[in-house]
Ligand binder design. Sequence first.
Ligand SMILES: NC(=O)c1ccc[n+]([C@@H]2O[C@H](COP(=O)([O-])OP(=O)(O)OC[C@H]3O[C@@H](n4cnc5c(N)ncnc54)[C@H](OP(=O)(O)O)[C@@H]3O)[C@@H](O)[C@H]2O)c1
Length: 252
Amino acid sequence: MSSKTLILVTGANQGLGYYAAQQLAATGNHHVLIGSRDVNKAKKAIETLAADDSVKVSASDLTPLEIDVNSDSSIAAAAKHVEQTYGKLDILLNNAGIAQQQEAAADSSGPSLRDIYRSHYETNVFGAAVVTDAFLPLLRKGSAKRLAFTSSGLASLELAAKPNTLYSANNYPIYRSTKTALNMIMLHYALSLESEGFVVSAADPGYCATNLNGNSGFKDPRDGAKELVKSVVGEKKDVHAVMVSDDGVVPW
Ligand SMILES: NC(=O)c1ccc[n+]([C@@H]2O[C@H](COP(=O)([O-])OP(=O)(O)OC[C@H]3O[C@@H](n4cnc5c(N)ncnc54)[C@H](OP(=O)(O)O)[C@@H]3O)[C@@H](O)[C@H]2O)c1
């Protein structure tokens, strides 16, 4: 394992993170920490990955890691565990995210608008920022110095400003604004860590069928996960300080 790059994928127990972990581990070049807020879900995901004959992955290249991105103590414990076990981290993929209801119920049943905004920003923005900050000292000790974020084409202000398109801003205001904020955080790290040799990127996987959207996406998550993998291991000239998609770089 020592010759393999060590990658942490948050929210890797299902969906895009799961398939990104699969594709990365299948190369044989990486050891992937399957991040999950429930370690049993991570263990189950590793069992499923190892049993999937369509993509050969060795269970020895996968390790569960409990990490709830909403919890500072969980993040700190995960970083401490990685430090004590490996002494470094080569690559971090901030992937955990949520997309739930986008407006409060008119009859005030259920969460308030403020609470809905809070929960989305808590996971999608604050979570990724705090995880990055906690693991940065370990990434600095790593050999790859790669940092990636799972964003979304919905984050794009340029695309959102075009009316009557798939990406126009008249829907998903809460979710999409978290991803716009996430892109700014990505850009901050891309520019501020460049002199240390870091490559920092974001990915737009496209609209993929996962639990996030009740499996309504029209794209296979395996294909969407390829964009995550590109942001993680793609060449610097193609991925650094931009959001990549299968259509190329997504406009801000
Ligand atoms: N699907 C799409 O079309 C699409 C498009 C653009 C971007 N994305 C982004 O892709 C990423 C992955 O989403 P997905 O589509 O694969 O959805 P998913 O299947 O629902 O997976 C989301 C993952 O994030 C985890 N997660 C949620 N809250 C967490 C927390 N507090 N701490 C740790 N993990 C947490 C989930 O864990 P549990 O299993 O415990 O819930 C799950 O592993 C998200 O950032 C999403 O915004 C998705």
